[in-house]
Design a protein around this ligand. Sequence first.
Ligand code: FES
Length: 326
Amino acid sequence: MSHPGQPGDAAQALELEVITSTEIADPVRELILRPVNAAALPAFGAGAHLRFLVADGRWNAYSLIALPGDDGRSYRIAVRREDGGAGGSLAMHGLRTGDRIVAQPPRNDFPLDAGTGPALLLAGGIGLTPLISMATALAERGRPFRLVMAARTRAAAAYADLLGDTFGEGISLHLDDLVGGPMPVTDLIADAAPDTHVYVCGPRPMIEAARTAWATRALPDAQFHTELFDAPQPEAGDQPFEVELASTGQIFIVPPGQTIIQVLEAGGVDLVYDCQRGDCGICQTGVLEGTPDHRDVVLSPAERAAGKLIHICVSRAKSARLKLDL
Ligand code: FES
């Protein structure tokens, strides 16, 4: 996972040293990190991530991977190289043994439920990483689970052999090129027992398919958990639109390729946000006039249809102007 965010409390920052850097799949590199000062590392729960300072003022987050038998003296992450990205993943791929990097303490926006029932873990690509930690925690708690991991090809399937050896029949590998299509998320969710907690981590189309499948089951939303593993991409046909702030009447123009947050911040507006991927919900804002073009994975189908809320980190407008409750 790679997303820029706010840096947090620099006083709590961890200085970490790279112990190993290993190419484990195409194009995924695993990093093992330890504290420079030999202090104890902050513990983390399944689903947690670390934010790394990848460039001046820019932080990328990567999920922490826990495997059975880990001693808690190091952190393990896996980074997919994004050749068309902002450069953070390339910086991480460039790290070698002995290099140092600053990180914020672990944070968890995707925690495992505390129940005792079964869990279905659906992983798309490098979205696998937090779900490995969940599989480890579920196994330790004696809870039944199934982890279905999808990759484009066998060469891209990071950790497939390790997970198969570790968790046996609990792991299923879906290869798009062999099967001729994406993971059958709808069927997997349709077959899940009614008390199953479902965890989905992957690209936006996968999460949207899972969310639709879950809605047709009419089971509690509290049993459905997602985390997005995709940076927002401009879409063909994106048009400029205006944003009006209700509090001041100011009007801003949001061009294609820029987000509402980027435009408002450049105009001096103070905003609260975090993931900038339409995933965490923190930037949710009221819509007073106009029609949003929703690109988040937070809102329910009913909330999308109502058009009264927008996530200004990713979503745009179908109307020429949006009047926002800001
Ligand atoms: S900042 Fe996370 S949804 Fe917008």
